[in-house]
Ligand binder design. Structure first.
Ligand code: PMP
Length: 296
C-alpha cells in the first residue's frame, strides 16, 4: 500500500506542505510512549460532491480524546474541517481515508505535553475489509481495562492491543479478532464495534469498555428510522454464539457481516439478516442517496 508519493500534500500545523518534505521529531512522547490522538475519517464521492461523512463528529472526538488524556487542543474544529476539504482538493481525492493526528513536540518526560502538532493526511481508499463476510476469532487479548486508561479516547498507544489481536487472528487463519473486556464480556473488534441479531432485535455492548464508534451511533440512528429495536447491554460469549447473525461496523469497515466466530457458524443467511439491511442503508446514507431501502 502506497500512502503517498512525491506529489502528495499534507496539512501540518497551519500549512499545506509536501509529504516528502515534512519532518517530525525523533524525541517526542508520541513516538516513544504512544501518546497521540488520532481519527480515521472517510470521504465519499457522492452524486452531489465529495462529502466527508460525519466530519464534525470525528473532529469533536479528536478534541475529546485530547482533553481526556491532557493533550492541549488549541485549534478551532470549524477551521480544521475547512482545511480537510481543502486537503482533498489539493490532492485531487474523492473517495478517501483521512487521518488527522495530534502528537507531541520533543519531550521525553511522563507528563502530558504542553506543545503539540497537528498533521492531517489523506489517501485514496476503497472498502477496508471488503464486502465478504468475516471469519472471526475470539482474541486471547482483552481490550484495555477502563481503569488503566480512557478507553473512549482514540489514542495511538491503545492500538498496540489492536495490532496484537489482529496479528494473532490472521496467524491462525481468521480475518479479524473480536476482543472481550476485562470481565470476559464481548467488547469490540480491533478497529470496529459489534452488533448481534437475535429474534428480530439488535444487541450491542453498552458504552464503558469500548470506543464509542461514530458508525455504531449511525447504525443506532438508522435502526430508529427502520424501526428496528436496538438494545445496548453486556453481551457474554454464549449470547454471541447463540445469536442469529452478527456484524462489525466502523468508519473503515463500514458494515460487514460476520460469518463465523471461532468454529460457530451463523446459520442465518447474511442476505436475510437485519445487518444486511443496515449495510445497504449505511451505504445509501454515506453516498447521500435519498431513497433508503426502508422495508425489511
Ligand atoms: N473500536 C475501535 C477500537 C476502533 O478503532 C474503531 C475505529 N475508529 C471503532 C471501534 C469504530 O469507530 P468509528 O465507527 O468511529 O470508526
Amino acid at each position: 500500500m502506497q500512502y503517498y508519493n512525491s506529489n502528495t500534500i499534507i496539512y501540518l500545523n497551519g500549512a499545506f506542505v509536501k509529504a516528502t518534505e515534512a519532518k517530525t521529531d525523533l524525541y517526542g512522547q508520541s513516538l516513544h510512549y504512544g501518546l497521540a490522538a488520532f481519527e480515521g475519517i472517510r470521504a465519499y464521492k457522492t452524486h452531489n460532491a465529495t462529502r466527508i461523512f460525519k466530519i464534525k463528529e470525528h473532529f469533536e472526538r479528536l478534541k475529546k480524546s485530547c482533553e481526556l488524556v491532557g493533550i492541549p487542543y488549541p485549534w478551532d474544529n470549524k477551521d480544521l474541517i475547512k482545511k480537510t476539504y481543502r486537503l482533498l482538493e489539493k490532492n485531487n481525492l474523492k473517495d478517501a481515508y483521512i487521518r488527522p493526528i495530534v502528537y507531541s513536540e520533543p519531550q521525553m518526560t511522563l507528563v502530558a505535553p504542553e506543545k503539540v502538532n497537528i498533521m492531517i493526511c489523506a489517501w485514496e481508499w476503497g472498502a477496508y475489509l471488503g464486502d465478504k463476510q468475516l471469519k472471526v476469532c475470539i482474541s486471547p487479548f482483552q481490550r484495555p481495562n477502563p481503569k488503566s486508561t480512557f478507553v473512549e479516547a482514540k489514542i495511538s498507544g491503545h492500538y498496540v492491543n489492536s495490532i496484537l489481536a489482529t496479528t494473532d487472528a490472521k496467524k491462525r487463519g481468521f480475518d479479524e479478532a473480536l476482543l472481550l473486556d476485562m470481565n470476559e464480556n464481548v467488547a469490540e473488534g480491533s478497529g470496529a464495534n459489534i452488533f448481534i441479531e437475535k429474534g428480530g432485535k439488535l444487541y450491542t455492548p453498552s458504552l464503558g469498555n469500548i470506543l464509542a464508534g461514530i458508525t455504531r451511533a449511525t447504525v443506532i440512528e438508522l435502526c430508529k428510522m427502520l424501526d428496528v429495536e436496538v438494545i445496548e447491554k453486556q453481551i457474554n460469549v454464549e449470547e454471541l454464539k447463540n445469536a442469529d447473525s452478527a456484524f462489525f461496523c466502523g468508519t473503515a469497515a463500514e458494515v460487514i457481516g460476520i460469518h463465523t466466530i471461532d468454529d460457530t457458524v451463523y446459520r442465518q443467511r447474511w442476505s436475510d439478516s437485519i445487518g444486511y439491511v443496515i449495510q445497504r442503508a449505511y451505504k445509501n446514507l454515506v453516498l447521500e442517496k435519498v431513497n433508503y431501502e426502508v422495508i425489511i
